[in-house]
Design a protein around this ligand. Structure first.
Ligand code: FES
Length: 147
């Protein structure tokens, strides 16, 4: 059994400890906002916040993160949209939208550590792959959310 706190709720996963966090979130917790892209740690679609770090959940076995606090896109803001979500909507960032939850989770961790990131800092932090190529708009949105 692996005990975590997910979106401020205690969770006990009765799964093989080697199960990637991605699949625990999607299949056991029905938190399907966290996406499966490559499964190899490259694309970032599966990014969640684990204890304030942006983590590619397809690469993290639940048995290795006992006792951590996990935040997914569903838990980013409980009552209304997070400023990042509002900024992404205002800047019309999503095209197909598949990569956006992982990008927003990566950006939310960036803003925890850098309240006013410049373009270079954003480009350095957002290593997520977007096949639609919305990078210019997402940089604008992250800077808008930081204001
Ligand atoms: Fe995890 Fe691509 S699905 S990095």
């Amino acid at each position: 059994m692996s005990r975590l706190t997910v979106n401020n709720q205690p969770v006990e996963y009765r799964l093989d400890p080697a199960t990637p966090l991605l699949w625990a979130l999607r299949d056991a917790s029905n938190l399907t906002g966290t996406k499966y892209g490559c499964g190899t740690g490259h694309c970032g679609a599966c990014t969640v916040d684990v204890d304030g770090r942006a983590v590619r959940s397809c690469q993290v076995p639940i048995g290795g993160i006992e006792g951590t606090y996990v935040t997914t896109i569903e838990g980013l803001s409980r009552e209304r949209n997070h400023p990042l979500q509002l900024a992404f909507i205002a800047a019309e960032v999503p095209q197909c939208g598949f990569c956006i939850p992982g990008i927003i989770m990566t950006a939310s961790v960036l803003l925890k550590h850098d309240a006013d990131p410049g373009e270079a800092a954003i480009r350095g932090a957002i290593r997520n792959i977007c096949r639609c190529g919305v990078y210019p708009r997402l940089i604008e949105a992250i800077q808008r959310a930081a204001r």
